[in-house]
Structures are given as C-alpha cells and as structure tokens.
Ligand binder design. Structure first.
Ligand SMILES: Cc1cc2nc3c(=O)[nH]c(=O)nc-3n(C[C@H](O)[C@H](O)[C@H](O)COP(=O)(O)OP(=O)(O)OC[C@H]3O[C@@H](n4cnc5c(N)ncnc54)[C@H](O)[C@@H]3O)c2cc1C
Length: 428
C-alpha cells in the first residue's frame, strides 16, 4: 500500500489531523480496534477553552500550577491561544455543547481550575466530539480508515521514516509506504491492572520509538485519577467518576462519613490524600457523595455516570458511592517540538502518546482533548509545508517474517514498562 500520510490511531488527535491536512493528500488512518474504541470516546468532563482574554493569565497559571511548573510555557501558550479556533471548528462539524437558556455556551469547572472555562455535553463530551470528527472525516474522499489494523513497526532508514509494518485482523502482515507518518496511538492504560483507559492502548508507539532511538520525554509522568467507581474484584476498565462532579459540589468522605480533604485539589495531590485516608481507615475505597449537587443538575449533567453507578448497584441520588484512584493519563511520551515533530525526519506524534511538555508533571483536568486537537492541527500545518528529503527506501529489503511472532505485543509492553522503571529509578 502507498499513501501520502499514514496516521496511526483514530482518536480525536488522529481524526482532527486528517481533517486539517490538504484535500489533495491521500491519507490512511489505521486503528488497532474498532473506529470508536479510543479514549477520546470515553471523555466525560469536557474540554477547556479560553473563555475571554480576561481569563488568559488565570488559565495559564492553573495549567502551570497543576503541572508543578514543569510545563513547557510555549506549549501552554500555543494550547490556550489556539483553543477558540479549535472549538469553532468542532461546532462547524456539528459538535454540540451544553448551552445556557439564552443559547450561549455553558461552562463548567473541575478540580484546580480557578474559573468556569470547560465546555461539555452532558457527561459524554468525548463521544460528542469524536462522533462529530468521525462524521466530518467520513465525508472526505481523500481519507481511508482501516479498522483492526495494528502498527507493529515503523520503516526507518538513516533517521527518516518511510511508513509502517502492519498486522491486519486476519493476521496477515503488510507494509504501508508513506511520505509522512503521524503517531496518534493514545495512552498506556493497557499496561496497568487498574486503568480508565481501553486495554488495547499499551503504548506501542513508545516501544517502537525506543527500538528506533527516537527521543522520549518524561516517560515516568503517569497520572492516577483520584475517583473511579470501586467494584469489588473488578478486572478490566475502571469506570471514571468525572472530576466535574466534584467541580459541581460532590464531597469525599472517610469510613466514618467525614470529609478529609479539599475535593478540588489537583489530581496528584487529591490521589495522595485518598491513598493516605484509605491506609488510615484500612479500606479499599473512600466514599463520594453526589447528593450535594442539586438533583436537577445531577440528572441533566451526569446521566451516564448515574446509570453506570446504578448498574453497579449504587443509586447516587440516594446514597454515597465507593471510589478509588486508578491509572488515567500519560503526561510523558514521544518528545515533539512545537509543531508536533518527533526527533525522526518525516515522523510526527500527537495526542496522548506525544509529549510537547504542555502538562508538565501533572495534567490539569480537561486540558487533554484540547491539547490533542491543537497539536494535531499544528502537526498538519507542519506536514503541509514540509518538503521531503532525497531519501528513497528499498521496500523489498523488509523481512516481514521478523514480525510473525504473535508475542511481539507482549515484548513491547515489557520494553515500555522496563523503561518507565529505569527512568523512575534514575529520578529517585
Ligand atoms: C474515561 C476517560 C475520561 C476522560 N475524560 C476527559 C475529559 O473530560 N477531558 C479531557 O480533556 N480528557 C479526558 N480524558 C483524556 C482524553 O480522552 C485522552 O487523553 C485523549 O482523548 C487522547 O486522544 P488520542 O487521540 O491521543 O488517543 P485515543 O483517543 O485513545 O486514540 C488512540 C488510538 O490509537 C489506536 N492505536 C493504539 N495503538 C495502535 C497501534 N499499535 N496500531 C494502530 N492503532 C493503534 C487506538 O486503537 C485508538 O484508535 C479522559 C480519558 C478517559 C480514559
């Protein structure tokens, strides 16, 4: 197969990048699962936006404070300044956000935000955004989406990327030749026993990057979300109880039903406080009380969360629910510059798998969808203006037999976990 641009991943980053690339480019998007099996689809709380110029300094400071001031300030500036254009694009694709009675956009708030600056659609903002992007992409003749196709490796020669080696659902191996390649493979939750992520998101692009000596950054910066629904003996994906629930007034209690912390602390600090309380109480969870939110607001803003709790046997309208922290987000990743370009020629990385430093050591709630979209757009601009080098590649020289071993994914998981441990040990 030959394509102009190969995009690996069909989350919001990959889809938006395809939409922003020129229509005369042939684009191929591959995804390891079904089209909608991506974390973008699961996002609940919302997406940040610069509400008005008066909020710029506070938005910047909130992002930096949450990130322990380790954030790349240019990336933060790019994210905030481009936020309105991204939202305008989403609305033009038909994405709906909650509105006030007068028709203006409604804003909510989450932990560590000093202002209401988050757009949302009920508690299924990610689904609303991803469906809008899928609908817009499906209208494009120049984009082909291939489901259940896994990237196993990139094709490299002399520091340039010429496409990828893939495995199809039926197990056959193939090569996709591309002038430009974009890695948009999401997070690493599949490496953990308890995570809010889809289990097939195992950081494959990171393993491939390590293999090709592509620069990584902050690979040990992993966010644990303070509140996921506790279900005894659960395996598989943990259900997130969005931070916006706490933003709207939900409280946390210890085993004696007493408050023990400020519920709007940044995620890492709140997670610490919960683990500390669980250790003191000798429990596997703490309680979250959603009854502090006005009933109308609870029903209209969080119907999906209420439904999931009821399925697990709890009625949040009448009782507290048990919550526990779980792996949620990956701040580190493939190092990229401010155009989302990796350290390898012809190779970009966007979304959660990339690290442009915008989140520093800890991500501020609802900055992830925004960052994924802004930096996908910057990648597409860069690709649009990139000239190909002189390099040519002899595709006949690739030995596909090397990829036949079905254990390759398990090896990749180990490579990434070992690297995280190595970096953690250095930083100790
Ligand atoms: C439960 C939950 C709630 C969240 N809520 C919010 C929120 O309210 N606001 C916010 O800003 N952020 C939120 N986030 C985070 C946010 O959703 C993600 O960070 C963001 O959507 C990442 O987008 P992405 O395009 O990088 O990756 P994803 O949307 O995860 O897409 C990754 C894609 O890569 C594909 N892929 C992976 N490996 C391969 C491979 N080897 N070959 C081919 N394809 C591959 C996958 O199949 C998938 O299509 C939430 C996350 C979760 C899990």
């Amino acid at each position: 197969m030959k394509t102009d641009v190969l995009i690996v991943g069909s989350g919001c980053a990959g889809l938006y990048c395809a939409l922003k690339l020129p229509r005369d480019k042939k684009i191929t998007i591959i995804t390891k699962g079904a089209l909608r099996d991506c974390d973008s689809y699961l996002a609940q709380g919302g997406i940040c936006v610069l509400r008005d110029e008066g909020d710029y300094d506070a938005f910047f400071e909130d992002t930096m404070r949450a990130g322990h001031y380790e954030n790349d300030t240019t990336s933060v500036e790019l994210m905030i300044k481009n936020s309105r254009a991204v939202i305008d694009d989403l609305i033009s694709y038909g994405v709906e956000f909650a509105r006030e009675e007068d028709g203006s956009l409604a804003y909510t708030r989450e932990g560590a935000h000093s202002n209401h600056r988050i757009l949302y659609y009920q508690d299924i903002t990610g689904k609303a955004i991803t469906e809008g992007l899928i609908c817009a992409v499906s209208k494009l003749d120049n984009v082909t989406i291939l489901e259940y196709v896994t990237l196993l490796d990139i094709i490299e020669r002399d520091g340039e990327c010429f496409g990828g080696v893939i495995r199809r659902k039926n197990g056959t191996l193939d090569i996709i030749e591309s002038d430009f390649t974009v890695l948009a493979t999401g997070g690493i939750g599949g490496l953990f026993a308890h995570s809010t992520n889809f289990p097939h998101l195992t950081g494959d692009a990171l393993a491939i990057a390590l293999k090709h000596k592509i620069r990584l950054k902050d690979i040990n910066y992993i966010q644990i979300h303070p509140t996921t629904l506790y279900v005894e003996g659960q395996s598989g994906r943990s259900f997130l109880i969005s931070e916006s629930v706490r933003g709207e007034g939900a409280l946390l209690y210890n085993k004696n039903m007493e408050r023990f912390t400020n519920e709007l602390l940044p995620r890492d600090k709140l997670t610490e406080a919960i683990f500390h309380q669980m250790a003191l109480d000798g429990t596997e969870f703490v309680w979250e009380d959603l009854r502090t939110i006005p009933r109308d607001e609870l029903l209209s803003h969080f119907p999906n969360i209420i439904e999931a709790c009821r399925r697990a046997g709890y009625d949040p309208l009448n009782e507290c629910i048990p919550v526990v922290p779980a792996q949620h987000y990956f701040m580190g990743g493939i190092w990229v510059d401010h155009n989302s370009k990796s350290s390898m020629e012809r190779l970009w990385a966007i979304g959660e798998t990339a690290c442009n430093g915008v989140h520093g050591k800890n991500r501020l709630a609802s900055n992830s969808l925004l960052e994924s979209l802004v930096f996908a757009s910057l990648a597409s601009n860069d690709i649009r203006t990139s000239k190909m080098g002189e390099g040519v590649f002899d595709f006949g020289s690739i030995c596909l037999d090397l990829y036949e071993d079905e254990t390759i994914e398990a090896e990749y998981k180990k490579i990434v976990l070992d690297e995280i441990e190595r970096v953690n040990n250095i930083n100790k």
